[in-house]
Design a protein around this ligand. Structure first.
Ligand SMILES: *[C@@H]1O[C@H](CO)[C@@H](O)[C@H](O)[C@H]1NC(C)=O
Ligand SMILES: *[C@@H]1O[C@H](CO)[C@@H](O)[C@H](O)[C@H]1NC(C)=O
Ligand SMILES: *[C@@H]1O[C@H](CO)[C@@H](O)[C@H](O)[C@H]1NC(C)=O
Length: 449
């Protein structure tokens, strides 16, 4: 497996982009969830019938834990994830200088609060909080200074459904600390309390289910971290150790849990080093579906390539589907438009045989799809997008030439006929031929029966 670094020119600014290489054996895998960059520290958040997955980001080929921004992805089927790009960056905290580490977003009274770990300009770790009126941002530093500045990392926040009190936990190589957040979510009252949690290292994830509080965390699992958990009848402990959720596996020293329920099932997010050239400083977020045991305990989980099963199907007709909606991809990265219209994410760094897999697209009964619109931009002609079903080498249902549009940021819609097999539920592959064009969205049109 290989990795190439390609500089991408956008408006004359060179952005170091990194290709994660072609992934041959994992064409049918859906873990890791994100292949366009190395992602870390998953913080899933269910809102408006959607899973919003907030992550950190390991810069590639860089020094140890070189992390500068946070990313957002979303899904309604647990398999096809849409990339929302950089959602927050170190630059948004004027008092921070490095280490965009673990973070979590929660909602209260229609506002979204984003708790982050950073290193202060003056040195030492701190927890900051950003706020937005929308889950997808923009998020703004709520305080202009740290919320907590006692060298704490890895904040996790939960609001008790019984009395509305919010609790924030954090910690690293010692007790798991907590404090009560005030109703405004950007200040706290009472003292900081350290609780004893067996073998706690870092990365706490606090949640409450059916009257039981769960504190899930990275512990020492031997050479690498494992995920363990403890429970309590109160948010403040004492915490009873319940065992290991996930043994060390894969190629990353750290792990970090995120647990949510969505559409009637439970999901466990974590990270490992499973992408090509992955490892301790090049991690990737993954997900597994699980069921709590009848007594409320969490079963032991194993990292898989398959990931969670798809919920439902993807509708290719009713609205444009962002090209950065992917079950899997190879060789591609995403970027934000710089066009004065408030951005928007697109797929770029396209080269020969790169591909996007979109899982479980429902083309409906025969005659199925008649044509497909692709929104593209190309400085030069010569590109071609093949649409295949079943696999990367499956039946070609459309071939769309990408001719010069007037520039790499000049977007045009290309319409291509669809033939032979675009009916029923299919995994759809966009297989790229040629290079150096950009892809924004796609939408199929039904054949008239
Ligand atoms: C909820 O999701 C729907 C469908 O995606 C979207 O149209 C709507 O704007 C979202 N509402 C909020 C408050 O985010
Ligand atoms: C966050 O920082 C980025 C990069 O400097 C900037 O473009 C963006 O406007 C900032 N967001 C807010 C809400 O200030
Ligand atoms: C919730 O906990 C009670 C015992 O406290 C148990 O009887 C019940 O089955 C649990 N419900 C679920 C959904 O796990």
């Amino acid at each position: 497996m290989f990795s190439l670094t390609k500089p991408i020119m956008l408006k004359g600014i060179a952005i170091a982009g990194v290709l994660l290489g072609s992934i041959i054996n994992t064409a049918l895998a859906d873990n890791p969830i994100i292949q366009t960059l190395y992602s870390t520290d998953p913080a899933p958040f269910v809102y408006n019938n959607t899973v919003y997955l907030f992550t950190g980001h390991d810069e590639t080929g860089a020094r140890n834990y070189d992390m500068r921004d946070w990313r957002l992805y979303s899904s309604t089927d647990m398999v096809n994830w849409r990339d929302h790009g950089v959602i927050l960056s170190l630059k948004n905290f004027s008092w921070a200088k490095a280490d965009a580490w673990a973070a979590q977003v929660i909602e209260r009274d229609g506002k979204f609060y984003y708790y982050v770990t950073v290193t202060k300009s003056s040195g030492g770790y701190a927890i900051g909080v950003a706020v937005s009126d929308k889950v997808t941002g923009p998020y703004k530093d709520a305080l202009g200074k740290q919320l907590l500045s006692n060298n704490g990392i890895d904040p996790t926040v939960w609001i008790d459904d019984s009395d509305g009190q919010a609790y924030m936990y954090w910690g690293h190589n010692g007790p798991a600390y907590y404090v009560k957040l005030n109703r405004d979510m950007i200040s706290y009252s009472g003292s900081i309390v350290g609780t004893t949690v067996q073998n706690f290292i870092e990365g706490p994830w606090l949640h409450k289910r059916n009257g039981t509080w769960y504190l899930t965390y990275a512990g020492s699992g031997g050479s690498n971290e494992d995920i363990k958990y403890a429970t309590s009848t109160q948010p403040t402990g004492p915490w009873t150790y319940r065992g290991q959720v996930m043994a060390p596996q894969g190629r990353s020293f750290t792990n970090h849990a995120g647990i949510v329920d969505y559409k009637g099932s439970s999901y466990f997010f974590y990270h490992n080093g499973a992408l090509p050239n992955g490892g301790t400083y090049a991690r990737s977020v993954c997900v597994e579906k699980f069921s709590y045991n009848p007594d409320g305990t969490i079963p032991k989980l194993t990292m898989t390539d398959a990931g969670a099963p798809q919920i439902g199907t993807l509708d290719p007709y009713s609205q444009p589907v962002e090209a950065e909606t992917m079950a899997f991809s190879s060789g591609l990265i995403t970027a934000a438009k710089i066009d004065g219209t408030g951005g928007g994410i697109y797929v770029t760094s396209i080269s020969q045989n790169d591909y996007i897999k979109v899982k479980g697209v429902d083309f409906g009964t025969a005659p199925g799809a008649a044509s497909v619109d692709l929104r593209v931009a190309a400085a030069a002609s010569g590109g071609k997008i093949e649409l295949r079903v079943g696999s990367q080498s499956g039946t070609v249902i459309a071939t769309c030439a990408v001719d010069a549009t007037g520039g790499a940021q000049t977007w045009k819609t290309v319409s291509c006929p669809v033939s032979g097999g675009a009916t029923g539920k299919q995994d759809l592959f966009f297989k790229f031929q040629g290079s150096n064009y950009n892809f924004d969205w796609w939408q199929f049109k039904r054949a008239v029966a």
